[in-house]
Design a protein around this ligand. Sequence first.
Ligand code: GLU
Length: 308
Amino acid sequence: MRSKLMIGAAALSILALTACGGPAGTSSTGEPDAPDETGASSTEHPYGLEVAESPEFEAGSTMAELAEGGTIRIGTKFDQPLFGLVGPDGKPEGFDVAIGSLIAAELGIPFDSIEWVETVSANRETFIENGNVDLVVATYTINDARKEKIDFAGPYYFAGQALMVQAGNPAGIEGPDDVSGQPVCSVEGSTPAATIVDEYGAQLQATDAYSNCLDPLRNGQVVAVTTDNVILAGFVDQNAGEFELVGDGATFTEEPYGIGLTKGDDAFRTFINDTLEASFEDGVYDSLWEQTAGVVLPTPDAPTLDRY
Ligand code: GLU
């Protein structure tokens, strides 16, 4: 029942050396994987995951309902390189997308049957509470205020808040203490927006998605953009020569990423945590990272889950 990569350990290390940003679709020989006995080929899953065949779950559980329905609605970001970015084919890609598709695969739901819903920072709890999505995987920091409304599985990654400035750092920002009273762009409903105002006295220019902060930084309307280091690293990578991270990406908060789900659905939370834990141990987590964010960022140590 467990999702496994249809590649062996040797292929995994080859992947690590040759990761080029494209999802794995070939075996270690470079040939497309052979069709299995059902006629399905592993090349069908963009991250090389095996989709569980007819998995069984306790009747009435969220897992049983989703598995039976054959689809799942996953909220993610559509504008964040490395984690959740809609590509030319209209499908999102990135580490959050890969993690979401891992949960789906474990439920027997193939990649093409996932309904991706764009969530921005401010609407994630509401989308979960209103039942617009079954899960949110969207650079989503676990914290107590959010836990009053929803539950989190994870963490599956530890990010931290950082600052991005124009290349050459014309405003001379060396750290968060330098933005006091200065215009800084971030996203409403995000933890970094609150921190930069409450703890560092910045003058917040708020928008709804981080990609909207790039032009204000280019034209000098703001001195910096602030959010998690890994989101900013994606923008630096995508806009060659335009931006840089302050202090080489030095972080000044901890942002543990969790998977948001309906508050009180403990069985679903346990299932997601079990799925994450297995992926930490069998190499799938590392592979999903290397196929996505790992193109730019170092492979993290697998985090310790918080099964509260
Ligand atoms: N991780 C932070 C948060 O959940 C910032 C990134 C985001 O807005 O998605 O608020």
